[in-house]
Write a protein that binds this ligand. Structure first.
Ligand SMILES: *Cc1c(COP(=O)(O)O)cnc(C)c1O
Length: 359
């Protein structure tokens, strides 16, 4: 392999991923845990993350049939739930062949399932809209859907499911109440908990919890509790190095738009990382960053391939000094908060051009 000349790289700590999954399981000891690996495992690498939990994982949840096929090809025999179900009836044969579980959320999906001739019945996660208003049948529709699913013969297991909109903030009370009412006396197993609900609302655990972001070492509720306080370990570390330094005089400006103005003489570093690597362009001055392990701040606008940082308190920094954009030593949640986003978006945005290594 040609050594990449540009110093940026991402390291994925698959052992930390495994530890985080085990923490999720310990936090919901009565439930099985779907390891949510949609969007290429939140940007971390689908197969590598799956391999890391091979001997302990209860099941997976993702979106794309191709990703599910990829896990089956890698000899994962656990349940795999397609979180948006199928998009066209033509996919149903492959869904059955691969023995996948589907989320069923719409009338066209129900009609397609009723009309299909399948080699085996499917496990169906019946999605109920309890207030998120994204996917799912309304509470009133549940009895009819259930009757038709039971009659059609193409569903052998039915799991009631909903998704919470505010488990990370105000809580789940209203949605939970609607869900309990909608499923009362049905005897159905259920699945409702994302990471935030898993950690905060044990009554919602049910048969299958669905942890996502916590597996990647970020807090599902960074405003309430940090990842470290929960006991989660960072999985993705994005690193680079200083490729230039400048000394500014008072009044000099930095980067496009000249949005940062030095109020005194100061030394700054230029990091080989920009928005084309997935670093958020809207991260303004003062976003945290590590140089040689010392926490400092970004300065001015992020450009495509570079960003600037303050070296005032790091006199030994030089060209080649190690920089951590997020991960080990600098929680992605801190960077995300400063940039007005969430760690999910930082991880998923990691660019193709960044070399990734797995440890
Ligand atoms: C993404 C997703 C999850 C996981 O959510 P986190 O906040 O990452 O834990 C759970 N359930 C569904 C339906 C999802 O789409």
């Amino acid at each position: 392999m040609v050594h990449p000349a540009r110093p940026i790289r991402a390291r994925i700590d698959t052992r930390a991923f495994r530890d985080n999954y085990l923490l999720a399981k310990r936090s919901a000891p009565q439930s099985r845990a779907l390891c949510v690996v949609k969007a290429n495992a939140y940007g971390h690498g689908l197969v590598q993350c799956a391999q890391a939990v091979r001997d302990v994982v209860d099941g997976f949840a993702l979106l794309d049939l191709a990703d599910a096929a990829c896990l089956r090809a890698a000899q994962f025999a656990q349940p795999i739930v397609l979180l948006e179900g199928f998009f066209d009836s033509s996919e149903l044969h492959e869904v059955a062949r691969l023995n996948l579980s589907i989320v069923l959320h719409s009338w066209p999906q129900l009609q397609a399932l009723e009309s299909a001739t399948l080699t085996r019945p499917l496990e169906v996660f019946l999605k109920i809209n309890t207030g998120m208003n994204r996917l799912g049948f309304s509470v009133d529709e549940v009895p009819e859907i259930l009757g038709r699913l039971r009659a059609c013969g193409n569903a052998n297991v039915i799991v009631a499911m909903t998704h919470f909109a505010t488990a990370d903030g105000e809580g789940v009370a209203a949605q939970w109440e609607r869900f309990v009412a909608a499923t009362a006396n049905t005897g159905l197993p259920f699945s409702t908990s994302n990471s935030a609900a898993l950690l905060r609302f044990p009554q919602t655990h049910g048969d299958w919890v669905r942890p996502g972001i916590m597996l990647y070492g970020s807090s599902p509720m960074p405003g309430l509790q940090s990842a470290a306080d929960i006991g989660l370990k960072p999985v993705m570390t994005l690193e680079s190095a200083l490729i230039a330094m400048q000394t500014l005089r008072a009044g000099e400006r930095v980067g496009y738009g000249g949005t940062f103005v030095a109020d005194r003489q100061m030394r700054i570093g230029v990091v080989a990382c920009g928005y084309a690597d997935g670093y958020p362009r809207h991260a303004a001055t003062d976003t945290p960053i590590l140089v040689d392990g010392v926490r400092t701040r970004t300065l001015g606008r992020v450009s495509m391939d570079m960003l600037a940082c303050d070296l005032t308190n790091i006199p030994d920094a030089q060209i080649g000094s190690q920089v951590t954009l997020w991960g080990e030593g600098l929680p992605a949640d801190d960077v995300a908060t400063a940039a007005g986003t969430i760690s999910y978006e930082l991880f998923c945005a990691l660019a193709q051009r960044v070399p990734v290594s797995f440890v």
